[in-house]
Structures are given as structure tokens and as C-alpha cells.
Design a protein around this ligand. Structure first.
Ligand SMILES: [Cu+2]
Length: 480
């Protein structure tokens, strides 16, 4: 009964999977009748929210809030369709929420205050019981507001990987790694700068004729960078052999920054975006990930050497956002080479064809209200900050076409809770068959998605940049 599974966690730390083992053991028929009565109410997974120390480098240990004594929290594996009970113990002084990102579950367990999920009280506990679905790479994280407090919400270490396993796992790989991108030690930055790795050079269909040039407010900058819990070079490398196929589960767990990633000499065969298989798995040189997005990619190890996998922004990579990939019997200095074809386009992973006509088209215009120096900008959806009373009403079974019109220069990762949506068009380029829960709408760009209203209850749509969400960039959908 004490069998333990270990998984390689981004070359940084081995994560014990005893909880997943426990969950699987409870699936055996007859197990429960042999167990003491108290075991029946035992949660499958316990998450304890408490302060943690994260040693990013031997010289730099930071203090934050994490799950079960680590950040990222434990890798959770759930079986699609198999009910699960998670007990959340909150050892902090503030109410908390755990959001299950990418799952189709009811609002009372989704972990979102706006959807009326009950909070885990300070020094109290709460149970989430749900049926995990759909299968794929999901994740879990806090969903509290942070506002002006850079020690709350997505600025903390409260996040982790969640893999929902289905019966038919493709599994043609030699090893799998889980890699989460993070910035640490945030501070308010009076400089207005576009930190994003990939600035928008594409078409700008939503660019207004006259731009609002009033002075902007504070943004968030960071002092430290990592993949999982280690800055580049401080953790173990990802050790590979020539010819191996490595399955990379990539997650942008940033509170605010869109990222572009590369591994010199290698390519990414994109299998899934946001945990959902793509219709056309193409091979590309870079992966772009907005906060909240995931990519599952196969990398074939065909270039013996010692390489750096990381962000294409030199300053941030040199400050830690990278991990070394080391072939067997290779001992040189890790090498970085900027990618030759730095292009990311969601639509190439789709298929030809069109979606059925929607029952209703909903236009959503996103704008920034510059605050002026020393204050916080606010954000509006159709001219109003959150909340919008009764503005977005869905009928069960209806097909809705949402047109995201970004009238600001920032790229916004828009996340729809409790549903996935199908990409229809990006800046005029049509596609079909790509199912996502988060999509980056480029600066002054337009993204159209279709959503089937099949998950009754309150549903939040918001920008996954913490500061934007906190200052107005969200909308609640209701079912009639
Ligand atoms: Cu945003």
C-alpha cells in the first residue's frame, strides 16, 4: 500500500504522487468495504494553503504562499469522470479560493467569488467535490483579488498542474516534464512598458483612429524569474538522450506577462493547446503562451549538446526564466541561440471549414482608462467596468459567437470559466476545430470564438492578467 510514484518535475524537484495513488486505490471494487468507516469521508486530495519558502537560487530564497509546503503545488492527477473530493485547509489570515482552470464544473466549486463559490475562511477549511472533466492539461490556482496588494492572488505561489487522465492516453513519448513559467518579487513600476515577449506586429483591425494619449498608471514589474521553483541553472537540468521524445507540458502561471519560448536546435510538435488536442499538430520553432494558457508539445532530441530552454527575452532568461536541457555525456556550457522563425499563429493548428451559424453574436469591446501617474488604470467591457448587471444572458443549448475587440495596445489573455470555446477567426484569419479556454487577443486586435451554452450557472469571463481583472476587466454570464 506504500507504493509511491515519482515524476520528473521540470528537472527541479521530484513530486510525490501518493495522493493520486490513493485516488486510484479507491477505485478498486471492495476497497471501501474493507476500510474503516472514517475512510469513506476521507478526501482524495488535501491542499494546505500556507506560507512557503522557495529557494530560487542558492543565494535567493523568497517567501510566498503555496500549497502543501511547495510552489508550484503538487502535480494532481485525476481520472476523467471519477468523482473527487478535495479538502482545502487555509492556514492564512485571509479568505481563499482554489480555482480549477479548464474544468467543466458547477459554479459552487469553480473557485470564483463572482460565481458565488464559498470561500475557504481564514484558518478554516472547505471541501470541493466534483467530477473532473474534460481530460487534458488543466491547472489549479487561487482566484482572489489582489488589487494593490502584491502578496495576494496570482502574485503568490498558489498554483499547480492538474492532469485529467482519460482511458485513451496516446502516450508515445520517452519522458514527460511539467514546466511552469513564473515571475517573483513583484513591484509597482511607474514606467509604461510593454513587457510582453512578442509585441504585436500583425494587423490591428480594432485600432481607433485617434488614440487616447493621457498618461497611464502603475504596472507590475518583477525582480526574479523561474521555471517551476528554480531560476535557470539553480535546479537539475532536464536530462535527455539522443533520439528521445520528450513530452513538455507548458504552463504560463504568470500574473501578467505573455511569453514566447524556444529551445535552440529543436522544434515543438504542438499536440494540444489548453489541454485539448489540436486538429492539425504542426511543428514550430517557438511557443507563445499568455497567462493561463497551456501547451502540450513533443520535442525530439536530435541535437546533442547542452541547451537552454526559456523565454526569448534575454534579460528575463538571464534572470532565471529558463531550464537547461542536457544530453547524456555532454558537458559544455549551456547554449542559447535566438530562434530563426519566431512566429506563433493559433490558426495553423486548426482545420478548414466553418462553424454552424450562431443563435446570437455578442460584441465585447475592451478598453483601457488611463489613470495618470501613481494610480491604477481601469478597464472596461462595452464601456463599463465590472459588474454589468444582466448584460450577458445565455440560453441553455444556445450557440454564441463572442467577438473580442481589443481597443488597447496590450495583448490580453481572455479566460472563459467552466466552458471551452472554439476559435473562429483571429484578425480576419478564419480557422475551425481549435478548442480553448484562454485566448490571447493581440493589441488592437480581434478574436472571434464560438461557445455552446451547456454549463448552466454563473460564468466569469476575464482577462487573466491579475491587475486588469482586479480593475474592471471581467464580465459575468448568466443563464436565463
Ligand atoms: Cu488584460
Amino acid at each position: 500500500m506504500n507504493r509511491r510514484d515519482f515524476v520528473k518535475f521540470g528537472g527541479a524537484a521530484a513530486i510525490q504522487l501518493s495522493t493520486a495513488r490513493l485516488l486510484l486505490s479507491q477505485m478498486q471494487p471492495g476497497m471501501q468495504s474493507n476500510s474503516p468507516a472514517s475512510d469513506i469521508t476521507k478526501p482524495d486530495i488535501t491542499l494546505r494553503i500556507a506560507p512557503v519558502m522557495v529557494e530560487l537560487t542558492p543565494n535567493r530564497t523568497i517567501s510566498t504562499i503555496g500549497y502543501n509546503g511547495t510552489s508550484p503545488g503538487p502535480l494532481l492527477r485525476m481520472r476523467e469522470g471519477k468523482p473527487v473530493t478535495v479538502e482545502v485547509i487555509n492556514d492564512t489570515d485571509v479568505p481563499e479560493l482554489v480555482h480549477w482552470h479548464g474544468l467543466f464544473i458547477p459554479p459552487d466549486v469553480d473557485g470564483v467569488e463572482e460565481e458565488a463559490t464559498p470561500m475557504a475562511p481564514p484558518h478554516g477549511r472547505i471541501r470541493y467535490q466534483f467530477v473532473p472533466q474534460p481530460a487534458g492539461s488543466r491547472w489549479y490556482h487561487t482566484h482572489t483579488m489582489a488589487g494593490a496588494d502584491l502578496h495576494r492572488g496570482a502574485y503568490t505561489g498558489q498554483f499547480g498542474f492538474l492532469l485529467i487522465e482519460s482511458a485513451n492516453n496516446p502516450g508515445n513519448y520517452d519522458q514527460e516534464v511539467f514546466l511552469a513559467l513564473r515571475e517573483w518579487e513583484p513591484f509597482f513600476n511607474p514606467e509604461e512598458d510593454n513587457d510582453d515577449d512578442a509585441s504585436n506586429s500583425g494587423p490591428q483591425p480594432e485600432r481607433p483612429k485617434t488614440l487616447d494619449t493621457s498618461p497611464s498608471g502603475l504596472e507590475v514589474g518583477y525582480q526574479m524569474f523561474s521555471i517551476n521553483d528554480k531560476s535557470m541553472g539553480a535546479g537539475e537540468p532536464i536530462r535527455v538522450h539522443q533520439g528521445e521524445r520528450v513530452l513538455m507540458h507548458l504552463l504560463n502561471a504568470s500574473a501578467s506577462i505573455n511569453r514566447r519560448l524556444a529551445l535552440p536546435g529543436h522544434h515543438f510538435q504542438i499536440l494540444a493547446m489548453d489541454g485539448n488536442s489540436v486538429p492539425t499538430p504542426r511543428t514550430v520553432d517557438v511557443v507563445d503562451l499568455g497567462p493561463g494558457e497551456r501547451v502540450d508539445a513533443i520535442v525530439e532530441m536530435t541535437q546533442p549538446g547542452v541547451w537552454i530552454f526559456g523565454t526569448t527575452i534575454d534579460d528575463d532568461r538571464n534572470s532565471g526564466m529558463g531550464v537547461v536541457v542536457e544530453y547524456a555525456n555532454q558537458h559544455k556550457q549551456p547554449q542559447w541561440v535566438a530562434p530563426l522563425k519566431p512566429v506563433w499563429d493559433y490558426t495553423i493548428f486548426g482545420r478548414a471549414g466553418t462553424q454552424p451559424a450562431p443563435d446570437q453574436t455578442i460584441d465585447m469591446i475592451f478598453q483601457k482608462v488611463p489613470s495618470g501617474a501613481g494610480l491604477f488604470n481601469s478597464w472596461t467591457v462595452n464601456g463599463k467596468e465590472y459588474p454589468h448587471d444582466q448584460e450577458f444572458v445565455l440560453k441553455k443549448g444556445g450557440r454564441y459567437r463572442l467577438v473580442f475587440r481589443n481597443r488597447s495596445e496590450d495583448d490580453h489573455p481572455l479566460h472563459m470559466h467552466r466552458h471551452s470555446f472554439e476559435l473562429v477567426e483571429i484578425n480576419g484569419k478564419a480557422t475551425a476545430g481549435i478548442m480553448k479556454d484562454t485566448v490571447v487577443v493581440p493589441g488592437y486586435g480581434r478574436v472571434t470564438v464560438d461557445m455552446v451554452a451547456d454549463q448552466p450557472g454563473l460564468t466569469l469571463l476575464h482577462c487573466h492578467i491579475q491587475q486588469h481583472m482586479d480593475y474592471g476587466f471581467k464580465a459575468l454570464f448568466r443563464y436565463a
